[in-house]
Design a protein around this ligand. Structure first.
Ligand SMILES: [Zn+2]
Length: 272
């Protein structure tokens, strides 16, 4: 009968000594082994760091809904005084649970926290507040793509965004079909889009992302935000966001630039 006994003290010392002797005799192999262990070890540490950052990422609420209704503008006098008295934005609490401004801010917050991309398909867009959010996103190097209806493609918001390098597209053959590009949704930082962007930058990794989307009946206009009865759902469901992203990508491919900037097509294909 044999037993597997643990190494005794003197046996352990012998093993260490034998290893040490071997390393002294095979210096090249020792250096090679130590180098390989260092490279593999750093990869493992990097992977663990990425997992940790992913687990520690800010976890927003799963969804939010913005309703625009007849009560949304009841606090407009309060907001007028907030602006007149230069009250900081985070302290402007009008107390109106239906406040249009607060609801618009929910959408603005999504754009303001975008890190890599915002892809928007929007029928009508004239809101100054939303435009400013897109301008801030561009200044953070966020890639913005917009698909809209040909009817609204010429408005001043799109002209301004085009001047800042945003490509605004509209579906092909729309006139012939007499159909509207009637979507009102946007997706922010979806995994697939972020990976594409990083690939185009020659990078493999990206920072932790919070994927989200917003969709509903509301157009980004004064009438939509402050006149009509409308809704907009904001969700952090990454799988649904990917479905919207896929449809956006498909539509992007079958769309044409509504007013191409004055540079060669290849140049901005490369950029975007
Ligand atoms: Zn209000």
């Amino acid at each position: 009968m044999s037993y597997n006994l643990p190494l005794l003290g003197w046996e352990t010392t012998m093993v260490y000594r034998a290893c040490f002797d071997w390393m002294r005799q095979h210096k090249a192999w020792t250096v090679f082994g130590a180098g390989t262990a260092l490279v593999l070890g750093s990869e493992v540490v990097w992977w663990l760091w990425k997992q940790l950052r992913y687990l520690m990422r800010p976890k927003p609420p799963r969804f939010d809904v913005a309703f625009f209704n007849e009560l949304g503008e009841e606090c407009s006098v309060e907001h007028y005084h907030f602006i007149r008295l230069k009250v900081p934005k985070d302290k402007r609490d009008c107390g109106n649970p239906h406040c249009s401004e607060r609801n618009v801010q929910k959408l603005v917050n999504q754009i303001d926290t975008a890190v890599y991309s915002v892809d928007a398909a929007i029928f009508s867009f004239s809101s100054v507040v939303m435009t400013e959010a897109f301008v801030r996103a561009l200044s953070r190097n966020v890639r913005v793509r917009i698909i809209t209806d040909h009817q609204s493609a010429g408005n001043s918001v799109f002209q301004k965004l085009r001047r800042l390098g945003v490509i605004v597209r509209g579906p092909k053959h729309m006139g012939a079909r007499n159909a509207l590009m009637h979507h009102k949704f946007f997706v922010v930082d979806t995994e697939s889009r972020v990976l594409d962007i990083q690939k185009s930058r020659g990078l493999r990794y990206h920072r932790p992302i919070v994927t989200r989307f917003a969709t509903g009946s509301v157009n980004w206009t004064m009438q939509g935000f402050g006149g009509n009865w409308e809704n907009c759902i904001i969700s952090h469901d990454a799988s649904l966001a990917e479905v919207l992203q896929e449809e956006f990508n498909r539509l992007w491919k079958v769309s044409v630039n509504t007013a191409p900037p004055k540079r060669k097509k290849e140049e901005y294909e490369e950029l975007w």
